[in-house]
Design a protein around this ligand. Structure first.
Ligand code: PSU
Ligand code: MN
Length: 311
């Protein structure tokens, strides 16, 4: 495994010393946001995590090597590189053996974080069951990795380009707990609300850390999904965004977009349709998620030390 994975010295040190570490994905950099906002986002997210006393580990594949933690130069490179492959589980073998550049999705990042022993991961939005997923079978690999990998993912819910109700049903079937961070409603990325109720409201990072320990300590396998609503002041109007989403979905259908192209296509379309307003919201919610993830990472390590556990 050694030749294929490289852990940044800061991350390696933090892991060895049981310091909190927060993983970050890279598809959001290469396929989720335009340049140069993507670089600004990637660097600011890292500084937010450092300010909270945790170490960031942005994960990507560069020239066939899985990097756990990127240098600033590597972030710059990736943000502008052409032909970066969007990497979920099925893409690793190809990208590594062909020495290509790859941006890990939520699912790809969970796999890589787990290889390095990182338990907490902050992102923007996860993939899910697409609208009409019962016909197209378009269900994100993110949901499978959430059911299999012991990593906690902090997100702002999922975009309403998906069928959020089906996504929750799927997560339930797969045994993934979906926790609301100080809310009982599933947030829908650009908006705080979706109309869908969650089972559990978690009041703080400490309670979430305790839940993670409880689940994994008894040997249950799988992720924990923490849904942190977009800060109120950046939350967009649900009806407005729904109109844009419908337009984007229609266009995707007309153009015959499918497979791994669907999500990046819809994200770019929505950004154009909202004339950049959605990009601002997107940036803010990622920052907010990074902050909460750092707090959870700090509490998780504290808990581990106090219980002398080694999970
Ligand atoms: N949703 C967003 N922004 C993103 C993504 C999803 O609002 O950048 C990215 C994430 O990397 C996620 C991936 O894991 O898209 C899901 O792609 P797919 O639907 O093809 O599984
Ligand atoms: Mn898909």
């Amino acid at each position: 495994m050694m030749n294929y994975i490289e852990i940044h010295p800061d991350v390696k040190k933090a892991l060895a010393q049981h310091q909190p570490v927060v993983a970050l994905e890279s598809t959001i950099i290469t396929h989720g946001m335009p340049y140069p906002e993507n670089v600004k986002m990637a660097k600011k997210v890292e500084s937010i995590i450092r300010n909270e006393g945790a170490i960031p580990a942005t994960i990507a594949i560069i020239h066939g090597v899985i990097k756990i933690g990127l240098t600033d130069d590597e972030i710059e490179y990736l943000a502008q590189a052409k032909d970066v492959i969007k990497v979920s589980k099925r893409d690793f073998g190809y990208v590594l053996s062909q020495k290509r550049d790859g941006a890990t999705t939520v699912s790809g990042t969970m796999l890589a974080a787990n290889m390095a022993g990182i338990k907490i991961f902050a992102t923007g939005g996860i993939g899910g069951v697409h609208r009409e997923g019962q016909i197209t079978f378009d269900i994100s690999r993110d949901l499978e990795e959430l059911s299999e990998i012991n990593v906690a993912v902090i997100c702002a819910g999922a975009k309403a380009i998906l069928d959020l109700k089906l996504t929750l049903e799927y997560l339930e079937t797969k045994g993934v707990e979906v926790l609301g961070y100080q809310t009982k409603e599933l947030p829908a990325f650009y908006t705080k609300d979706s109309g869908l109720e969650l089972d559990y409201l978690m009041k703080d990072a400490k309670d979430i850390a305790a839940l993670m320990h409880a689940k994994w300590n008894i040997g249950l396998k799988g992720g924990v999904l923490i849904a942190n609503p977009i800060p109120e002041e950046y939350s967009m109007n649900r009806k407005d965004i729904e109109k844009m989403i419908e337009k984007a979905l229609q266009e995707a259908k007309e153009k015959g977009i499918y497979g791994k192209e669907t999500t990046p296509f819809l994200l770019a379309k929505i950004k154009d349709l909202t004339e950049g307003q959605s990009l601002d919201a997107n940036l803010e919610l990622v920052y907010s998620n990074a902050l909460i993830a750092s707090k959870i990472a700090v509490e998780y390590e504290k808990y581990k030390t106090s219980k002398k556990e080694d999970i």
